[in-house]
Design a protein around this ligand. Structure first.
Ligand code: F6R
Length: 600
């Protein structure tokens, strides 16, 4: 949430910052701003709305080789020009961008800034004002910056300009992601390597509670005690084409289409030279040592966790609980004697999940993170990591990361089962290959999915997704996809549960999307469909080959029953996409949302 960029070098920084912010817009798009510095001083341009709006107000006449920028997802204070970053101290000497949440901002205000008139409602302004306060008390800038960091509680990624020194950007990080990028005759800072791939693929990781003095030709990393830290750069393994839309109208459609390739890549990444599926021995040991597994995740990743529970329990015979991260911290269940925690997170930055990770590490438990982002906070702080290899997911609505999570969980379960000597009655590599082929078939079903979206969802105000067993979990994900991008009120239900209350909401024409991919509950779900049809609902049944009947609207290619979520979610993703499109919604950047949810 919120994205930061900064550039210090010889070129004009404005276009580099704007392009960088465009790549970070997935992190929030309530407002955007840049501040640049040259011999004439600091200039700030900021506006409510997207980067496109900011572009229109940036004065391009003067060159400025140093600058910082920000795209915001509002936490403290409404989205507005005044609350947009960068924020300045009263004298205008200091200019700051911030990603994160300062938990003790009102205490700092009370203790240090009673006499300062604040312009905005943000926690960020407190930081820049307190730096100025410490300067007024006689500290040098580096000391004032460090002292400020020591009193901040919460999360921050910061970039600060001092108008009296146009050769330095002061940077700091705690809990919010931030990287330094290295170039010839310039250096950059960014929340995500993606933002600065336009100028460099060489990055240096920052750890929590570190600060950086960034100059055109030097990067000095220090801890808060002032000790200099040496760290080698790494090459960001991102392809520019991974982060472009190409010929697609939206990232979401591109990412839906990438799913067969992602499944094939996962198979390849988790296969040994002799074509066996392999998982790190330490992870297998931890899985086998656990008497219960606790999966902790949020949103779509939580839905993938529900499917993962099925796999681990059925294949590896280890009991699993799945928990919503934001609840777990405050409402921790009675834990088993030898628990293992699995965190599932596309971004690896979700604050709710991280909160739990910190808590359970304090209790001395082991954790495995399944994530798409190598080096992300959840990956670094867990004992073990399994990567999704899905490539950057840029659309706010998660699609390919969900299927990648399920595929990786299936491999984890299968390899654990094998290590325990529990035979599987199918060859997972072969079955995942069949799934990837089935996904290819769905790439060609877009017109049909668009027709379904128009027929069922063009004007409706609500929609229900039903399924039984594993289909229920996919229904939950289908409902989340639909509501988050089309704003249609959508809920997922276990087929048998509707009659216990929710059926009261069924009216003439209410769309019901029913999944029927599981043989053992096929009759059951069809019975549930009849119950709602009798009350006027408009059913759209998506079934699987071999289980279909004449009333079905779409029949999926046949795949292994356990792996159907990988396939059955795709029509739901596509239907949501087309429903949003025809309702004129911003598919890739739905209102009120951001991709990387780094606030609790
Ligand atoms: C929905 C979506 C969110 C995320 C959730 C967790 O499409 O993307 O529900 O799944 O915010 O994010 P990660 O997986 O990054 O922890």
């Amino acid at each position: 949430m919120c994205g930061i960029v900064g550039y210090i070098g010889q070129q004009d920084s404005k276009e580099i910052l704007l392009k960088g912010l465009e790549k970070l817009e997935y992190r929030g798009y309530d407002s955007a701003g840049i501040a640049v510095i040259n011999d004439n001083g600091v200039r700030v341009f900021k506006e409510k709305g997207r980067i496109a709006v900011l572009r229109q107000i940036v004065d391009q006449t003067e060159q400025a080789p140093v600058g910082i920028g920000h795209t915001r997802w509002a936490t403290h204070g409404v989205p507005s020009q005044v609350n947009a970053h960068p924020h300045q101290s009263t004298s205008g000497r200091f200019t700051l961008v911030h990603n994160g949440v300062i938990e003790n901002y009102s205490i700092i205000h009370r203790e240090y800034l009673q006499d300062v008139e604040l312009k905005s409602e943000t926690d960020t302004e407190i930081i820049v004002q307190v730096i100025e306060k410490f300067i007024s008390e006689g500290l040098e800038i580096e000391e004032a910056f460090r002292k400020t960091l020591t009193i901040l509680k919460g999360s921050y990624a910061l970039a600060l300009l001092d108008s009296k020194d146009k050769e330095t950007i002061y940077i700091a990080k705690n809990k919010s992601p931030l990287l330094i990028g290295l170039g010839d005759n310039f250096n950059v800072v960014a929340s995500d390597a993606m933002a600065m791939l336009q100028v460099t693929d060489q990055y240096v990781e920052l750890m929590d509670k570190e600060m950086v003095i960034l100059k055109q030709h030097s990067v000095t990393i220090k801890n808060l005690e002032g000790t200099v830290i040496e760290r080698n750069p790494y090459t960001a393994e991102l392809d520019a084409s991974d982060i472009e839309k190409g010929t697609y109208p939206h990232y979401m459609l591109k990412e839906i289409d990438e799913q067969p390739a992602v499944i094939r890549k996962i198979i390849q990444k988790y296969q040994s030279d002799d074509n066996q599926l392999v998982i790190d021995q330490d992870i297998l040991y931890a899985m086998n040592a656990a008497d219960r597994i606790y999966i902790v995740a949020a949103g779509t990743s939580y839905h993938a966790g529900l499917v993962g529970k099925e796999y681990i329990e059925k294949m590896a015979k280890i009991p699993v609980e799945v928990h919503v991260a934001s609840e777990f911290s405050y409402n921790m269940p009675l834990l088993s004697e030898k628990p293992l925690f699995i965190f599932i997170s596309q971004s690896g930055e979700t604050a709710d999940s991280r909160g739990v990770l910190v808590q359970i590490k304090e209790l001395g438990y082991k954790a495995l993170t399944i994530t798409n982002v190598q080096g992300s906070t959840l990956s670094r702080e867990a004992d073990y990591t399994l990567l999704l290899h899905a490539g950057p997911e840029i659309a706010v609505a998660s699609t390919k990361a969900y299927t990648a999570q399920i595929a990786v969980l299936s491999i984890l379960a299968a390899v654990t089962a094998e290590a325990k000597g529990l035979g599987l009655d199918f060859d997972l590599v072969r079955e995942l290959g069949i799934v990837a082929n089935g996904m290819e078939v769905l790439r060609d079903a877009k017109e049909e999915m668009e027709r379904i979206a128009l027929e069922y969802l063009a004007t409706t105000r609500n929609c229900f997704f039903i399924g039984r067993a594993i289909d229920f979990y996919v229904g939950l994900e289908g409902a989340l996809k639909l509501k988050e991008i089309s704003y249609i009120q959508a809920e997922g239900f276990a087929g048998g549960e509707l009659k216990h209350g929710t059926i009261a909401l069924i009216e003439n024409g209410t769309p019901i999307i029913a999944l029927a991919t599981q043989e053992r509950v096929n009759l059951g779900i069809r019975g549930n469909v009849k119950e709602v049809v009798a009350r006027g609902a408009n059913p759209c049944i998506i079934s699987m080959k071999g289980l279909e009947t004449e009333e079905d609207r779409y029949v999926l290619p046949s795949v292994n029953e356990m792996l159907t979520p990988l396939l059955s979610v795709i029509p739901l993703q596509l239907i949501s996409y087309y429903a949003a499109l025809h309702r004129d919604c911003d598919v890739d950047k739905p209102r009120n949302l951001a991709k990387s949810v780094t606030v609790e």
